[in-house]
Design a protein around this ligand. Structure first.
Ligand code: ZN
Length: 327
């Protein structure tokens, strides 16, 4: 599916088989000198075919094309390794590039989830069905790093980089102040909620995410071009909804912990999930992985706020409500 969103700016839907996301938006901006493709798809046949068909229809010469990738997730990044020509620049942010360089530490993620109560017999199944692990690329990409407020000029569009950490360490969006369009990656989506997950103790992604939402709220935006699903207009309202969603989530976790100390896996199993499976036990292993990562990011936020206490006992991390916290 190709839609001309604005003059010379096209949205291509690249299918994501087996994913509840269904597809990813790849944006193609055509210009006489160099074209730009924003986000790509996974490095798998279905994505490659859809991308090649779309680019052929649009008459895009890949040797005259550069790439901007909003963040390191496999559905946005990995196909670029298959597409980029020798002379293509791949624009990317430093924090996510550092993570790729140091190797996404899957063993560390597994160990961290184990500490957080993820059952041993489901861990390997979860890892091996995780799309990020399954479709990880071994190819070393050379990135052209962009920083906050750097600009990319493509034809009539001048995009400004807006760092929006939270969904990943260095997630970066593009803002076109004259046309008032915002390329949102997975920072702001319309009919689905971007996931905020944590698999280490090193940072507080939900805090960063909420800060990034406030930052984008300040911008004058008429049209949002998200990483998944349709483009939409009501950016400020959507930001308020997303903030409200996370406040509700935090409240839900407090209610769960009122019933007693729990590990993050147990917390996740008691949370409500917008998913087709009837019960937690029926969730596929990698969905439990995502859910536990989501629970951990919210627990970390509550811990830094002093609302929740984390206790580490031998090989077990558990959480309880801080007794000094009065509801
Ligand atoms: Zn993502």
């Amino acid at each position: 599916m190709i839609e001309e969103v604005l003059p010379n700016l096209f949205r291509m839907e690249i299918p994501l088989p087996e994913s509840p996301l269904k597809s990813i938006n790849s944006y193609v901006i055509k210009a006489s000198r160099r074209n730009l493709i924003i986000d790509t798809g996974m490095n798998r046949e279905e994505c490659r075919n859809a991308m090649q068909t779309g680019l052929r229809k649009l008459g895009v010469d890949i040797r005259k094309t550069d790439f901007f990738i909003t963040h390191l997730h496999a559905d946005h990044l990995e196909l670029v390794s298959n597409l980029a020509a020798d002379n293509s620049k791949i624009y990317f942010n430093q924090p996510d590039a550092d993570k790729i360089k140091s190797g996404i530490l899957w063993d560390d993620f597994v160990n961290f989830l184990r500490l957080n109560g993820f059952p041993e017999n489901e861990l390997q199944a979860a890892l091996h069905s995780h799309p990020g692990f399954k479709f990880r690329s071994t190819e070393q990409l050379t990135f052209h790093i962009l920083k906050e407020s750097d600009t990319i000029s493509i034809g009539e569009y001048v995009f400004k980089c807006v760092g929006t950490p939270g969904h990943t360490w260095g997630h970066m969006c593009l803002y076109e102040p004259n046309k008032k369009i915002f390329v949102a990656g997975d920072h702001i989506l319309n009919d689905i909620t971007p996931t905020i997950q944590l698999y280490s103790g090193e940072w507080n992604p939900l805090k960063e995410y909420l800060k990034s939402l406030d930052k984008v709220h300040e911008l004058d935006i008429e049209l949002v071009l998200p990483g998944h699903r349709s483009v939409f207009r009501h950016c400020k309202e959507r930001i308020q909804e997303l903030k409200h969603h996370h406040q509700k989530r935090l409240g839900e976790i407090i209610t769960i912990l009122k019933k007693g100390r729990k590990n993050a896996f147990q917390v996740a199993s008691h949370m409500s999930w917008d998913i087709i499976y009837d019960s937690w036990d029926l969730f596929p292993a990698f969905q439990k992985w995502f859910a536990t990562g989501e629970a951990i990011s919210h627990l970390k936020y509550l811990e830094e706020k002093g609302i929740v206490r984390r206790e580490i006992q031998r090989h077990n991390i558990t959480f309880s409500l801080n007794l000094n916290y009065i509801v």
